[in-house]
Design a protein around this ligand. Sequence first.
Ligand code: ADP
Ligand code: MG
Length: 238
Amino acid sequence: MSGIKLTGVSKSFGAVKVIHDVDIEIEQGEFAVFVGPSGCGKSTLLRMIAGLEETTGGEISIDAEDVTHREASKRGVAMVFQSYALYPHLSVFDNMAFSLSIARRPKAEIEKKVRAAAEILRLSDYLAHKPSQLSGGQRQRVAIGRAIVREPRVFLFDEPLSNLDAELRVKMRMEIARLHRQIGATMVYVTHDQVEAMTLADKIVVLKGGVVQQVGAPLELYRNPDNMFVAGFIGSPG
Ligand code: ADP
Ligand code: MG
Protein backbone atom coordinates (compact mmCIF):
# COMPACT_ATOMS: atom_id res chain seq x y z
CA MET A 1 0.00 0.00 0.00
CA SER A 2 1.23 3.50 -0.67
CA GLY A 3 0.70 6.21 1.90
CA ILE A 4 1.40 5.69 5.59
CA LYS A 5 0.64 2.59 7.60
CA LEU A 6 1.04 2.23 11.36
CA THR A 7 0.71 -1.29 12.68
CA GLY A 8 0.57 -1.94 16.43
CA VAL A 9 2.64 1.15 17.10
CA SER A 10 3.55 1.78 20.73
CA LYS A 11 5.78 4.18 22.58
CA SER A 12 7.15 4.13 26.09
CA PHE A 13 9.22 6.77 27.81
CA GLY A 14 11.06 4.67 30.38
CA ALA A 15 8.39 2.65 32.18
CA VAL A 16 5.55 4.93 31.05
CA LYS A 17 3.63 3.81 27.99
CA VAL A 18 2.11 6.81 26.22
CA ILE A 19 1.08 5.29 22.85
CA HIS A 20 -0.86 2.02 22.90
CA ASP A 21 -0.98 -0.34 19.94
CA VAL A 22 -2.02 2.16 17.29
CA ASP A 23 -3.21 0.99 13.86
CA ILE A 24 -3.75 3.72 11.26
CA GLU A 25 -3.77 3.70 7.46
CA ILE A 26 -3.42 6.96 5.58
CA GLU A 27 -3.82 6.81 1.80
CA GLN A 28 -1.37 8.48 -0.52
CA GLY A 29 -2.48 12.08 -1.06
CA GLU A 30 -4.85 12.01 1.87
CA PHE A 31 -5.09 14.81 4.45
CA ALA A 32 -5.17 13.10 7.86
CA VAL A 33 -5.70 14.97 11.11
CA PHE A 34 -4.76 13.62 14.56
CA VAL A 35 -6.98 15.31 17.10
CA GLY A 36 -7.39 15.00 20.85
CA PRO A 37 -6.79 16.83 24.09
CA SER A 38 -3.38 17.99 25.25
CA GLY A 39 -1.14 15.11 26.34
CA CYS A 40 -3.01 12.41 24.37
CA GLY A 41 0.07 11.57 22.28
CA LYS A 42 -0.48 13.47 19.01
CA SER A 43 3.01 14.96 18.83
CA THR A 44 4.67 11.72 19.90
CA LEU A 45 2.87 9.83 17.14
CA LEU A 46 3.77 12.46 14.55
CA ARG A 47 7.40 12.53 15.70
CA MET A 48 7.57 8.75 15.35
CA ILE A 49 6.35 9.02 11.74
CA ALA A 50 8.98 11.73 11.20
CA GLY A 51 11.71 9.57 12.74
CA LEU A 52 12.40 12.15 15.46
CA GLU A 53 11.27 9.76 18.18
CA GLU A 54 12.20 6.11 18.41
CA THR A 55 9.32 3.63 18.05
CA THR A 56 9.32 1.11 20.90
CA GLY A 57 6.77 -1.31 19.41
CA GLY A 58 5.09 -2.05 16.09
CA GLU A 59 5.86 -0.91 12.57
CA ILE A 60 5.62 2.23 10.47
CA SER A 61 5.69 2.05 6.69
CA ILE A 62 5.67 4.82 4.12
CA ASP A 63 4.79 3.94 0.52
CA ALA A 64 5.05 0.27 1.46
CA GLU A 65 8.62 0.63 2.78
CA ASP A 66 9.26 -0.24 6.40
CA VAL A 67 10.79 2.93 7.85
CA THR A 68 10.37 2.02 11.54
CA HIS A 69 14.08 2.25 12.24
CA ARG A 70 15.14 4.48 9.37
CA GLU A 71 16.74 7.82 10.21
CA ALA A 72 14.57 10.92 9.79
CA SER A 73 16.46 12.40 6.82
CA LYS A 74 15.94 9.21 4.79
CA ARG A 75 12.17 8.89 5.20
CA GLY A 76 11.07 11.42 2.58
CA VAL A 77 9.06 13.37 5.14
CA ALA A 78 9.24 17.02 6.12
CA MET A 79 7.93 18.58 9.27
CA VAL A 80 6.39 22.07 9.25
CA PHE A 81 7.19 23.92 12.42
CA GLN A 82 5.68 27.05 13.90
CA SER A 83 6.96 30.18 12.22
CA TYR A 84 9.07 31.26 15.18
CA ALA A 85 11.53 28.53 14.13
CA LEU A 86 12.69 30.76 11.22
CA TYR A 87 16.24 32.14 11.28
CA PRO A 88 15.77 35.86 11.99
CA HIS A 89 19.11 36.91 10.43
CA LEU A 90 18.48 35.09 7.13
CA SER A 91 16.39 36.30 4.20
CA VAL A 92 13.22 34.50 3.16
CA PHE A 93 15.19 32.95 0.29
CA ASP A 94 17.95 31.69 2.59
CA ASN A 95 15.47 30.41 5.16
CA MET A 96 13.75 28.36 2.48
CA ALA A 97 17.05 27.26 0.91
CA PHE A 98 18.59 26.25 4.23
CA SER A 99 18.13 22.47 4.17
CA LEU A 100 19.19 22.29 0.50
CA SER A 101 22.31 24.37 1.19
CA ILE A 102 23.21 22.10 4.08
CA ALA A 103 22.79 19.11 1.75
CA ARG A 104 25.14 20.90 -0.73
CA ARG A 105 22.64 20.83 -3.58
CA PRO A 106 23.79 22.69 -6.72
CA LYS A 107 23.06 26.41 -6.67
CA ALA A 108 20.87 26.33 -9.77
CA GLU A 109 18.72 23.58 -8.29
CA ILE A 110 18.30 25.48 -5.01
CA GLU A 111 17.35 28.65 -6.89
CA LYS A 112 14.76 26.76 -8.96
CA LYS A 113 13.16 24.97 -6.01
CA VAL A 114 13.00 28.03 -3.78
CA ARG A 115 11.47 30.13 -6.55
CA ALA A 116 8.90 27.43 -7.31
CA ALA A 117 7.94 27.16 -3.63
CA ALA A 118 7.74 30.95 -3.33
CA GLU A 119 5.41 30.99 -6.32
CA ILE A 120 3.08 28.40 -4.75
CA LEU A 121 3.08 30.32 -1.47
CA ARG A 122 2.80 33.76 -3.07
CA LEU A 123 6.10 34.86 -1.54
CA SER A 124 7.93 35.70 -4.78
CA ASP A 125 8.08 39.41 -3.97
CA TYR A 126 9.45 38.83 -0.49
CA LEU A 127 12.50 36.63 -1.09
CA ALA A 128 14.96 39.34 -0.02
CA HIS A 129 12.99 40.25 3.11
CA LYS A 130 13.94 39.22 6.63
CA PRO A 131 11.30 37.40 8.72
CA SER A 132 10.87 40.51 10.91
CA GLN A 133 9.66 42.45 7.84
CA LEU A 134 6.85 39.97 7.18
CA SER A 135 3.33 39.56 8.51
CA GLY A 136 2.53 36.57 10.72
CA GLY A 137 0.82 34.79 7.83
CA GLN A 138 3.77 35.36 5.50
CA ARG A 139 6.16 34.02 8.14
CA GLN A 140 4.07 30.89 8.50
CA ARG A 141 4.15 30.46 4.70
CA VAL A 142 7.96 30.68 4.78
CA ALA A 143 7.96 27.91 7.39
CA ILE A 144 5.84 25.81 4.99
CA GLY A 145 8.17 26.75 2.12
CA ARG A 146 11.10 25.23 3.96
CA ALA A 147 9.29 21.90 3.82
CA ILE A 148 8.14 22.24 0.18
CA VAL A 149 11.66 22.73 -1.24
CA ARG A 150 12.60 19.31 0.06
CA GLU A 151 9.86 17.78 -2.09
CA PRO A 152 8.78 15.33 0.60
CA ARG A 153 6.32 12.54 -0.06
CA VAL A 154 4.73 13.33 3.31
CA PHE A 155 4.19 16.69 5.06
CA LEU A 156 3.84 16.61 8.84
CA PHE A 157 2.32 19.57 10.69
CA ASP A 158 2.36 19.85 14.49
CA GLU A 159 -0.12 22.54 15.53
CA PRO A 160 1.47 25.00 13.11
CA LEU A 161 -1.18 27.67 13.68
CA SER A 162 -1.49 27.60 17.45
CA ASN A 163 0.58 30.78 17.86
CA LEU A 164 -1.50 32.86 15.47
CA ASP A 165 -4.51 35.00 16.32
CA ALA A 166 -7.97 33.66 15.48
CA GLU A 167 -8.43 35.59 12.24
CA LEU A 168 -5.05 34.62 10.85
CA ARG A 169 -5.60 31.03 11.90
CA VAL A 170 -8.67 30.80 9.69
CA LYS A 171 -6.78 32.34 6.75
CA MET A 172 -3.81 30.00 7.16
CA ARG A 173 -6.11 27.02 7.47
CA MET A 174 -7.46 27.91 4.02
CA GLU A 175 -3.89 28.34 2.72
CA ILE A 176 -2.98 24.86 3.92
CA ALA A 177 -6.09 23.36 2.33
CA ARG A 178 -5.19 25.12 -0.92
CA LEU A 179 -1.62 23.83 -0.71
CA HIS A 180 -2.90 20.30 -0.28
CA ARG A 181 -5.16 20.60 -3.32
CA GLN A 182 -2.32 22.10 -5.33
CA ILE A 183 0.51 19.67 -4.57
CA GLY A 184 -1.52 16.61 -3.59
CA ALA A 185 1.05 15.17 -1.18
CA THR A 186 0.09 13.07 1.82
CA MET A 187 -0.32 15.33 4.84
CA VAL A 188 -0.63 14.53 8.52
CA TYR A 189 -1.76 17.41 10.69
CA VAL A 190 -1.89 17.49 14.47
CA THR A 191 -4.25 19.78 16.36
CA HIS A 192 -6.31 19.95 19.54
CA ASP A 193 -8.80 22.17 17.70
CA GLN A 194 -11.94 20.32 16.60
CA VAL A 195 -12.92 22.97 14.05
CA GLU A 196 -9.51 22.81 12.40
CA ALA A 197 -9.82 19.02 12.23
CA MET A 198 -13.34 19.09 10.80
CA THR A 199 -12.51 21.64 8.09
CA LEU A 200 -9.13 20.27 6.94
CA ALA A 201 -9.38 16.51 7.19
CA ASP A 202 -10.20 13.81 4.69
CA LYS A 203 -9.70 11.47 7.63
CA ILE A 204 -9.71 12.22 11.36
CA VAL A 205 -7.98 10.09 13.96
CA VAL A 206 -9.33 10.80 17.45
CA LEU A 207 -6.87 10.03 20.26
CA LYS A 208 -7.30 9.83 24.00
CA GLY A 209 -4.61 8.68 26.40
CA GLY A 210 -2.49 7.28 23.57
CA VAL A 211 -5.33 5.07 22.34
CA VAL A 212 -7.14 5.56 19.01
CA GLN A 213 -10.84 6.17 19.74
CA GLN A 214 -12.11 6.33 16.17
CA VAL A 215 -10.90 6.89 12.62
CA GLY A 216 -13.17 8.27 9.93
CA ALA A 217 -14.24 11.08 7.66
CA PRO A 218 -15.35 14.24 9.52
CA LEU A 219 -19.06 13.71 8.81
CA GLU A 220 -18.89 10.04 9.77
CA LEU A 221 -17.47 10.93 13.18
CA TYR A 222 -19.92 13.75 13.60
CA ARG A 223 -22.95 11.62 12.77
CA ASN A 224 -21.85 8.27 14.16
CA PRO A 225 -19.42 8.69 17.02
CA ASP A 226 -18.27 5.30 18.39
CA ASN A 227 -18.24 6.39 22.02
CA MET A 228 -19.04 9.18 24.44
CA PHE A 229 -15.57 10.66 24.17
CA VAL A 230 -15.75 11.08 20.39
CA ALA A 231 -19.32 12.36 20.70
CA GLY A 232 -18.25 14.94 23.27
CA PHE A 233 -15.20 15.94 21.31
CA ILE A 234 -16.60 16.24 17.78
CA GLY A 235 -19.96 14.52 17.66
CA SER A 236 -23.23 16.20 16.83
CA PRO A 237 -24.91 17.82 19.82
CA GLY A 238 -28.11 15.83 19.27
P1 ADP B 1 0.11 15.95 22.68
O1 ADP B 1 0.97 16.35 21.52
O2 ADP B 1 -1.15 15.25 22.27
O3 ADP B 1 -0.19 17.09 23.61
P2 ADP B 1 2.45 14.45 23.52
O4 ADP B 1 2.68 13.48 22.42
O5 ADP B 1 3.31 15.64 23.57
O6 ADP B 1 0.90 14.85 23.55
O7 ADP B 1 2.59 13.68 24.91
C1 ADP B 1 1.97 12.43 25.16
C2 ADP B 1 2.42 11.95 26.54
O8 ADP B 1 3.80 11.60 26.49
C3 ADP B 1 2.26 12.97 27.64
O9 ADP B 1 1.85 12.33 28.80
C4 ADP B 1 3.66 13.54 27.78
O10 ADP B 1 3.89 13.99 29.08
C5 ADP B 1 4.52 12.32 27.47
N1 ADP B 1 5.83 12.68 26.87
C6 ADP B 1 6.02 13.31 25.69
N2 ADP B 1 7.34 13.46 25.43
C7 ADP B 1 8.00 12.91 26.49
C8 ADP B 1 9.39 12.73 26.82
N3 ADP B 1 10.34 13.16 25.99
N4 ADP B 1 9.67 12.11 27.98
C9 ADP B 1 8.70 11.66 28.80
N5 ADP B 1 7.37 11.78 28.55
C10 ADP B 1 7.03 12.40 27.42
MG1 MG C 1 1.68 18.22 20.96
